[in-house]
Design a protein around this ligand. Structure first.
Ligand code: SF4
Length: 262
């Protein structure tokens, strides 16, 4: 897989690693696995070994040979942070991305803990690069929100990343909520309030945006609105988490699951 990817949001795919293993329910219909396993045993085919993990060092420098700027989906056929991909190999991938500044790279993972550790450690040099977008897959609340939490604990440009994500899916309550939290952390209450309102529009039954909106209104001195939101929060939070989960249809696939049609 390289240029002219069929994945609609990207110009090119780059697969210096092939193969992966399932880690969460969002992997159930993994496109990459279905594709790779079709060719298991086909002699000479790049996926002769199906979806087994394989490092492809010969592919490492491929983006450096693409002279025109591209939006590059990194590892559409794997997860760069999967166990078994050595740290120094991931570092080599990052060095190429840093060098190839004329492209924009999208690196998406479900292994957010490893992402967090490396971006705060040996890969810090790549974390803050504007042309490298780090992202996590948020398939549901249970698996997704901890991944967003990990991503937020990295030096990656999370705010921009979340903005892009919510533009991709305007019905994304969890995304708007996280965006609001990021704005609030930056003392930008006006934008935080807007983001929380969008989260509530997307999912009126979610209690946390009301709580945070109430706090934000209180900070900017709008006491009546703050009281109202905190009241709604109390009402909603009286419902048991189980009941809410039963009622709420699955949270839309967030961020990179939208893009993650592997
Ligand atoms: S490539 Fe992605 S969806 Fe497929 S098994 Fe790996 S993590 Fe899961």
């Amino acid at each position: 897989m390289s240029l002219n990817s069929h994945i609609e949001w990207t110009d090119a795919t780059w697969n210096p690693v092939r193969g992966c293993t399932k880690i969460s329910p969002g992997c159930k219909h993994c496109y990459a696995e279905t594709f790779a396993e079709r060719f298991r045993g086909v002699k000479g085919h790049p996926y002769e070994q199906g979806f087994d993990l394989k490092l492809i060092p010969a592919k490492l420098t491929e983006p450096l040979t693409w002279r025109s700027p591209k939006l590059v989906f990194v590892n559409s056929m794997s997860d760069l942070f999967r166990d078994g991909v050595p740290d120094d190999y991931i570092e080599a991938v990052c060095k190429v991305m840093v060098r190839a500044k004329w492209h924009t790279f999208q690196v998406l993972t479900k292994r957010s803990e490893r992402l967090k550790g490396l971006l705060n450690g040996p890969l810090r040099f790549a974390a803050e690069q504007e042309h490298i977008w780090w992202g996590v897959s948020v398939e549901d609340r249970k698996y997704g929100l901890p991944r967003i939490g990990d991503l937020q604990k990295t030096p990656a440009r999370v705010r921009e990343l979340l903005q892009k994500a919510v533009r991709l899916d305007p019905h994304l309550a969890a995304g708007y909520l996280q965006l609001g939290i990021v704005y609030a952390d930056q003392n930008n209450d006006a934008k935080a309030i807007m983001a929380y309102h969008r989260a509530i529009e997307a999912d009126p039954r979610m209690d946390e945006p009301h709580y945070r909106l109430g706090q934000a209104y209180a900070r900017v001195g709008q006491k009546e609105k703050a009281r109202k939101e905190l009241g709604v929060y109390q009402e909603l939070s009286l419902k048991s988490a189980e009941e809410i989960e039963r009622e709420r249809s699955e949270i839309p696939q967030f961020v990179f699951e939208l893009r993650d049609k592997r």
